[in-house]
Write a protein that binds this ligand. Structure first.
Ligand SMILES: Nc1nc2c(ncn2[C@@H]2O[C@H](COP(=O)(O)OP(=O)(O)OP(=O)(O)O)[C@@H](O)[C@H]2O)c(=O)[nH]1
Ligand SMILES: [Mg+2]
Length: 677
């Protein structure tokens, strides 16, 4: 079907693990006749979970795009992984869509992870709806779950249909004035609640409503849409993806109500320092697209998933990637239905497509067809910073290159996987959001890439900083035989707010240190910043200003000022009450209620704390806490023994905090910097 921007619906399925997102996607595809038979997750036959590892784990591990036609609309549905460990991949896909459907398991209700991702979607101004799935389960209390949804996700969540008495279908409450008995509440009540809610945003309509006048259909539709866009209404649909109940009605709700790309809130781009750009979906001008995911395949190479934000992308056209001078030719422009690829001639503004063999394209790249758009980037989205690490080594050195390449590949696919080479320790560290995250990645490396990899607990990356302002001085003078070396530097150091990193100021007046030697002074300072002054760890959050010095017309050279800068800086740092800091992480735990006390006690014995906890509908407890990474690196086995193997957790970087004096003393004693003069 040829379609226009106005026909497109981009929607992401989000929610916790196992709530039924992939099965809902499958049921939608089947009902819309995009597939001939409905597969299921347990048999490994769904469209969306097509990776071998997804089939064996029976969980989605990466976002999958399913493009299909339904009535007059072209739907680009993105099925996402639900495990908290894979949240980075899900969040990265959100800039590609205008709408999300938050899928909730009717047996479990909304947990804190679902609340968190629903909040992300709200913060990004995405239109939201809720799908209560698994309504076929025995003993579900759909009324109670609906109340819980309102309490946790907001009172603007309102049923747009209701389950019928025997839960075999749903009854529409908005579109066609259906009648029928419902499992709870009533069609009239649900209808009225929706009207009550949406007229709130329009005074004229509200006046008519209060006068009990007929409300014009067209105005109602407009107000409905505006309410969706503004998050003033979040419709709830009920489904059983297994029996197919409610899927027709879900498709109707999506196709009739959820916005097309021109109606949704546009993704935001920035250009250079400017906060706004003129990227406009309705402009017929240059083509601009954003890569929200890349898929690596050992045999087929890299495929970039692109959302077109402006213009029409045509097969065979030339596109620039970020600021690259040279263009790449788009060949085999593709539309996806899970693994299945269909070549297309063009992707109009607002559409989602795939570009195979895009070896030089990375996640988050902006692709455009004119150098006018060089420097345009997607406004950064907040992704969790991975801290759970494993140091990687290979018993066979000849494999090292292969391992390093494979590591880069996995890091390219998942924005919450990082591979750091810690120079000071000569250690390659693979980082992710949790034990399961890395286990899946390592399995991929071992099984798919056939690599032998050993892992061990990595060394902690401490940081040094200063806590007071101080001055430092050094005169570097060397006279050995021929030409000498001379440079003298006075500088000041002071702490900056956390996160600033490093600031260098040249406050020399009268050319006492000639301008050409200032970079040498900075270089000397930076050498110490990188290697540390007291414990051998990188320094951060320090401002340095050079304010005085001396030079010699013959003997002053770069090397002399590098040395003088370095020594003057070390001199100043020694007086500036230096401290060592360690990474503190936010940890999110899910444990059975009966071991809550033990887990909390264990956390505090590690110098951590519990910041909040909440009993879940399945009687487990979600705990939010904080603790030093140093203690959490081997937490997996520790939690396993405290919770009898029934606990899970994920964690992300929070901040650096000073370590205890005793530990600082031990680190300082173990530090033996190599002296060179
Ligand atoms: N009874 C019942 N079971 C369902 C329903 N939908 C899904 N399931 C089952 O629930 C399990 C999880 O379903 P998935 O579709 O894989 O859930 P998911 O949300 O995609 O999970 P992740 O990919 O891990 O995020 C599977 O065993 C499904 O067969 C439903 O409507 N009713
Ligand atoms: Mg899934």
């Amino acid at each position: 079907m040829a379609y226009l921007t106005q026909d497109i619906l981009n929607l992401a399925l989000i929610g916790g693990a196992g709530v039924g997102k992939t099965t809902v996607a499958e049921a939608m595809l089947y009902k819309a006749e995009a597939i001939n038979a409905q597969g299921n997750v347990d048999a490994g036959t769904t469209v969306a979970d097509y990776l071998p590892r997804e089939k064996s784990m029976q969980h989605s591990l990466a976002p999958t795009v399913c493009s299909f036609d339904c009535g007059a609309r072209h739907i680009n549905l993105i099925d996402n992984p639900g495990f908290p460990d894979f949240i980075g991949r899900m969040l990265a896909a959100l800039p590609a869509v205008e709408s999300v459907a938050i899928v909730v398991d009717a047996n479990l209700g909304v947990d804190s992870h679902t609340m968190k991702i629903a909040q992300y979607a709200a913060d990004r101004n995405l239109c939201r709806m809720v799908i209560v799935n698994k309504m076929d389960s025995e003993n579900v209390d759909l009324e109670a779950i609906t109340e819980q949804i309102k309490e946790t996700l907001g009172s603007e969540c309102l049923p747009i249909n209701l389950p019928n008495v025997d839960l075999s279908d749903v009854v529409d409450c908005f579109f066609d004035g259906s009648t029928g008995d419902t499992n709870f509440s009533s069609v009239e009540e649900a209808h009225e609640q929706i009207i009550d809610q949406i007229v709130e945003i329009d005074e004229d309509l509200m006046a008519l409503y209060l006068d009990e006048e007929e409300l014009p259909e067209e105005r109602l539709h407009e107000v409905f849409e505006q309410s969706l866009r503004e998050g003033h209404l979040v419709p709830i649909c009920y489904t059983s993806a297994l029996t197919g109940a409610g899927i027709d009605s879900l498709l109707t709700t999506m196709t009739r109500l959820m916005p097309n790309p021109t109606e949704g809130n546009p993704a935001q781009f920035v250009s250079g320092d400017a906060d706004e750009t003129s990227i406009d979906l309705e402009s017929s001008g240059h083509v601009v697209g954003h890569v929200f995911n890349v898929v690596e395949d050992q045999f087929k190479g890299r495929m970039a998933l692109l959302r077109v934000h402006q213009g029409t992308l045509r097969n065979g056209s030339q596109m620039y990637v970020d600021d690259a001078r040279k263009a790449m030719k788009i060949q085999h422009l593709t539309q996806l239905l899970g693994e299945q690829q269909t070549e297309i001639e063009e992707a109009v503004a607002g559409d989602i497509c795939a570009i195979p063999r895009a070896e030089d394209v990375k996640y988050n790249a902006v692709m455009h067809d004119s150098h006018d758009e060089d420097g345009v980037r997607m406004k950064p989205i907040e992704l969790p910073i991975p801290v759970y690490g494993l140091a990687i080594s290979t018993p066979d050195d000849s494999n090292a290159q292969k391992v390093s390449e494979a590591l880069q590949t996995v890091a390219i696919e998942d924005p919450s996987i990082a591979v750091d080479h810690v120079v000071a320790l000569n250690e390659t560290v693979l980082r992710g959001l949790g034990e399961m995250h890395l286990r899946v990645v390592l399995e991929e490396l071992r099984e798919d890439h056939g690599l032998t990899i050993d892992t061990r607990v990595p060394a902690i990356e401490y940081r040094e900083t200063i806590t007071a302002a101080a001055e430092g001085h050094h005169r570097h003078k060397k006279q050995s035989g021929g030409a000498g070396q001379f440079g003298e530097v006075y500088l000041k150091v002071e702490p900056t707010p956390r996160g600033v990193g490093f600031v260098f100021e040249d406050n020399i007046v009268g050319g006492v240190i000639p301008g050409q030697f200032i970079p040498a002074v900075e270089k000397g300072v930076l050498q110490v910043m990188q290697t540390g002054a007291i414990s051998g760890h990188e320094m951060q959050d320090i401002k340095v200003s050079v304010y005085d010095g001396k030079h010699h017309s013959v003997d002053s050279k770069e090397i002399a000022f590098v040395q003088a800068g370095k020594r003057a800086f070390m001199d100043a740092v020694a007086k500036a009450r230096p401290i060592v800091m360690e990474p503190i992480v936010d940890i999110n735990l899910n444990v059975p209620n009966d071991c809550m006390g033990d887990v909390a006690g264990d956390l505090s014995s590690m110098g951590g704390m519990v910041k909040g906890s909440e009993v879940q509908p399945d009687n487990s407890v979600e705990i939010q806490g904080q603790a030093p990474l140093r203690e959490l690196q081997t937490y997996h086995s520790r939690l396993s023994s405290v919770s009898g193997g029934r606990g899970s957790y994920s964690m992300q970087f929070s901040h650096y905090a000073p370590i205890q004096a005793q530990l600082q003393k031990e680190l300082a004693e173990a530090f033996h910097p190599v002296e060179e003069e």
